[in-house]
Design a protein. Structure first.
Length: 161
């Protein structure tokens, strides 16, 4: 699917609404401009200059959304990102911390100011800074996964000895 067509599918527009509505309900803030059309809201979220990702509720959750900034940061295309278990976005040693934070977000609805190391498809490591992680619910209030968003990240430069 072309990059420009991704955010126009009915299922993605619906999922974007779940992300936006859940974020607003939990934090009291809008994640992005809530323009009059839900199609434009999906477009705004997909093309935002900040990262937004989400995963499903499987025991080993799989990403089910990543906006263009996230796809670029993790160096994936849309199709391959949606096959990735979200735990693999963190290095093995960071996965325990990640799991603890996801549980905390689930129990509290959301957490803010998360900072941690993530890893791209090609092995580039980067710091995620000031992330918000929240529980995503559908229009009936059913838990359908978790999401994260952040505006700041920075590469980790390995020293060569």
């Amino acid at each position: 699917m072309s990059r420009s067509a991704i955010f126009t599918t009915a299922s993605l527009i619906e999922h974007s609404q779940y992300l936006l509505n859940s974020f607003k309900a939990l934090t009291g803030h809008d994640l992005t401009d809530r323009s009059p059309s839900i199609e434009m809201q999906a477009n705004n979220l997909f093309h935002a200059n900040f990262v937004t990702v989400s995963h499903d509720t499987q025991p080993d959750p799989i990403f089910n959304y990543g906006n263009q900034t996230a796809l670029d940061l993790w160096e994936f295309d849309w199709e391959h990102f949606l096959e990735l278990p979200s735990r693999l976005s963190a290095e093995p040693l960071a996965q325990i911390d990640r799991d603890r934070l996801l549980l905390e977000a689930k129990n509290n609805g959301y957490i803010q100011n998360y900072r941690g190391v993530r890893i791209s498809r090609t092995g580039k490591r980067f710091w995620v800074q000031n992330a918000t992680i929240w529980t995503v619910t559908d229009s009936q209030g059913k838990d359908i996964g978790q999401a994260a968003t952040f505006l700041k990240w920075s590469p980790i430069i390995e020293e060569v000895t």
